[in-house]
Each structure stands twice: as structure tokens, then as C-alpha cells.
Design a protein around this ligand. Structure first.
Ligand SMILES: NC(=O)c1ccc[n+]([C@@H]2O[C@H](COP(=O)([O-])OP(=O)(O)OC[C@H]3O[C@@H](n4cnc5c(N)ncnc54)[C@H](OP(=O)(O)O)[C@@H]3O)[C@@H](O)[C@H]2O)c1
Length: 194
């Protein structure tokens, strides 16, 4: 059976690594960079749409795709950071919930934001499968993204409803703090023992 078609929006560190991992897992995938027409085309073609752009570009991408988000599984891999690299929002909402409000008919899934881009292709660090926390209010979409995560090589864990993105976004920021500010480097990752 043909696997679902996947669009990756953003061709940077995250977009490139996700594209390679998703391709390796056997899914048809196309990507788009900062080009509105291409973004609309690949989003239209796809069944799942991965958002791998800077947090500050999300509104533009959501506007560009418009109705093309309706009914699609939309995976938010972003971290809600200001240009100064600080958490932009926190306790009362999350980047993922704000996407869901703007694209009410999309099935928004928060995932991949707690993982450094360099591990998104394999889901592994030093031979250990990293945890892929997956949060969504749509249980079918959540299961699909967990299955894809496992096929890439992650240990996918159901992290509950979309408002748990309020917890996953700060966890992504902790990963960044450990890797960069506290100088552990990027050969690290979050693993839930279970
Ligand atoms: N790097 C990590 O380890 C990591 C880990 C987890 C999550 N994240 C999150 O993932 C997202 C992407 O990070 P990154 O490291 O991949 O950033 P990046 O290397 O700077 O790549 C961002 C990509 O988004 C594109 N872009 C910008 N505005 C766009 C628009 N309006 N429409 C379409 N594409 C647009 C950029 O294109 P141009 O270059 O042409 O502008 C670029 O290809 C961020 O939200 C980040 O917080 C990053």
C-alpha cells in the first residue's frame, strides 16, 4: 500500500533532515522553501504537512496555504522562540495551539521540536532511540505521526492532547539550553525510560 504523501515546508536544518528521514522510511515527500507558490503546490499535493520554518514565519505560511490545510495532518516541529532566542509564549497557550486556532480544520500535531535537527533523520543518538513526544487532539493523526516516527527510528510516545505542547515547547528549549548555552553540544537528546 502506498504510504501517505508528505510535504515539508522549510528547507533548513530541520526541513532537510526530516525530508531524508521520511524518505528513508519510504514515504513520498516533497519540500518547499521560502517560495509562496511552491509552498501552496506541495501543501495541496500532500496528506501530511510538516512545518519546519522559523516560528516568526508561521503566520505567513499558514496564510499562504490557507484552505489547503483543511483536513490535513499538520505537524508542528517548530520551537516558539523570539528572534532573541527566548521562549515566545508559555503557560496559557503554545505555538501549536495558536496554529490550530488559525487553521481550525487542520489536525495539528506537535512533534519533533524536542530533537536536534541532526538526529531527525535517524531518531538516534549514540545508538539509543530518542523519545518522540507526540501531542494532538486528533487521535488518528497522532497515531499516524507516531507510526512515522517509529519508522524513522524514534521511540514514539503519546504525549496527550495538543495543549501539552505547552510542556513540549519548553522541553525543546531546555534541549537548546543544554546543547548551546550550557555547551553540551548537539550529540544529546531526550529519552523517556518506560
Ligand atoms: N535546528 C534544530 O536543531 C531544531 C530542532 C527542533 C526544532 N527546530 C525548529 O524548527 C524550525 C526550523 O529550524 P531550522 O533550524 O531548520 O531553521 P533554518 O535552518 O533557519 O531553516 C528555516 C527554513 O525555513 C524557510 N522559511 C523561512 N520563511 C519561510 C516561509 N515564509 N515559507 C517557507 N519557508 C520559509 C527558510 O528559507 P530561507 O532560508 O530561504 O529563508 C529555511 O529553509 C524552527 O522553528 C526551529 O525552532 C529546530
Amino acid at each position: 500500500m502506498m504510504k501517505p504523501r508528505i510535504a515539508v515546508i522549510g528547507k533548513g536544518n530541520v526541513g532537510g533532515a526530516l525530508q531524508r528521514g521520511i524518505e528513508r522510511a519510504g514515504y513520498p515527500v516533497q519540500s518547499a522553501g521560502n517560495n509562496a507558490q511552491r509552498v501552496r503546490e506541495v501543501a495541496e499535493w500532500a496528506e501530511y504537512i510538516f512545518l519546519a520554518v522559523p516560528y516568526t514565519a508561521l503566520d505567513e505560511v499558514i496564510r499562504e496555504i490557507g484552505d489547503g490545510l483543511n483536513g490535513k495532518t499538520v505537524v508542528d516541529a517548530t520551537n516558539a522562540l523570539t528572534p532573541a532566542f527566548e521562549l515566545a509564549i508559555g503557560f496559557t497557550t503554545s505555538g501549536a495551539e495558536e496554529i490550530q486556532k488559525k487553521a481550525a480544520a487542520a489536525k495539528v500535531v506537535k512533534a519533533f521540536n524536542t530533537v536536534f535537527a541532526s538526529h531527525m533523520e535517524t531518531g538516534q543518538v549514540k545508538g539509543t532511540a530518542l523519545t518522540l513526544f507526540v501531542a494532538s487532539d486528533d487521535s488518528a493523526a497522532k497515531q499516524q505521526v507516531m507510526a512515522l516516527g517509529r519508522e524513522i527510528g524514534f521511540d514514539a510516545v503519546d504525549a496527550g492532547p495538543l495543549n501539552n505542547a505547552r510542556l513540549l515547547e519548553p522541553l525543546g528549549y531546555l534541549n537548546i539550553q543544554l546543547g548551546y548555552m550550557l555547551k553540551m553540544g548537539t550529540e544529546i537528546g531526550v529519552k523517556l525510560v518506560h
